[in-house]
Design a binder for this molecule. Structure first.
Ligand code: IPE
Ligand code: IPE
Ligand code: MG
Length: 248
């Protein structure tokens, strides 16, 4: 049972994916890292298509972190070109499949034209109600929390839910149920730190370009086999009682 502290009305899952390993995937094949990122876009297509069939209502993909600006200029601009390409080439199929796209993260540091392309893609897909696809670009969870705190300071007293809306930039976003990270790394790298407070974590050795529908299914089987207690006890050990109003 989800605690009343963070329960949201949506029943479909929110899954976040740290799509890692594109570079290693390519290097092992003696290809350029760019080829790995291109193969990563194919994996995105597969997973977006599979997501609604596997019970996801929201899918947040980590595409470019605010720390990824530290990479060589050529790799950063290749990644930005891929993002531009994805936005231009994908909108039609997202609309057809009922996918609403939003991009989270900073837009003011992106190369010219990308922020506009993002806005156009968001507007074109706004009616999608099968899946909410969120792509994190120039994203830092700590910055998102800091910015929310700065806004909250002028807003006075806030509930946890209202603060959450400031962090996520939207009203009532479901907390993250499951975070998946590919490539064998076991860290969060500044991804959705607030939203993942009670998320289950799934790490796989697979590199992101090799990730397919079956891998998502496997992660979800593992997720469904776990017991989420949200600080309480196993349901059979719980006596029915009123929950105290703990949130401020
Ligand atoms: C993930 O793959 C994509 C981005 C971070 C943009 P990487 O590029 O981090 O691949 P590895 O970790 O170097 O293999
Ligand atoms: C995290 O991957 C960011 C994305 C997947 C976009 P990184 O490859 O940048 O993370 P670290 O540096 O290994 O922690
Ligand atoms: Mg990496």
């Amino acid at each position: 049972m989800q605690s009343g502290l963070s329960s949201k009305p949506q029943t479909k899952l929110h899954v976040g994916i740290i799509m890692d390993g594109n570079g290693r995937w390519a290097t092992r094949r003696r290809m350029s890292r760019l080829r790995g990122h291109e193969a990563g876009v194919e994996a995105i297509r597969r997973v977006v298509e599979a997501a609604p069939k596997q019970g996801l209502g929201t899918l947040t993909l980590y595409a470019f972190s605010s720390d990824n600006w530290r990479r060589p200029k050529a790799e950063v601009s290749a990644l930005m070109s891929l993002l531009r390409f994805y936005l231009a080439s994908e909108v039609e199929s997202l609309v057809r499949n009922g996918v609403r796209l939003t991009v989270i993260g900073r837009r003011d540091r992106l190369p010219a034209g990308i922020a506009d392309a993002i806005g156009r893609a968001e507007a074109a897909t706004a009616g999608g109600d099968v899946l909410h696809l969120r792509i994190a670009v120039d994203y830092s969870a700590r910055d998102a929390i800091l910015n929310a705190a700065l806004k909250a300071a002028s807003a006075g007293q806030l509930t946890r839910e209202a603060f959450s809306d400031l962090v996520t930039g939207e009203a009532g976003l479901r907390d993250v149920d499951l975070v998946i990270r590919t490539s064998g790394e076991k860290r969060l790298s500044d991804f959705m730190l607030w939203e993942s407070a009670y998320a289950e974590l799934h790490f796989t050795e697979k590199m992101w370009p090799d990730f397919r529908e079956d891998d998502l299914a496997e992660a979800l089987i593992s997720f469904h086999g776990r017991e989420r207690r949200f600080g309480g006890l196993q349901p059979e050990a719980m006596e029915p009682r009123e929950e105290p109003a703990l949130s401020a």
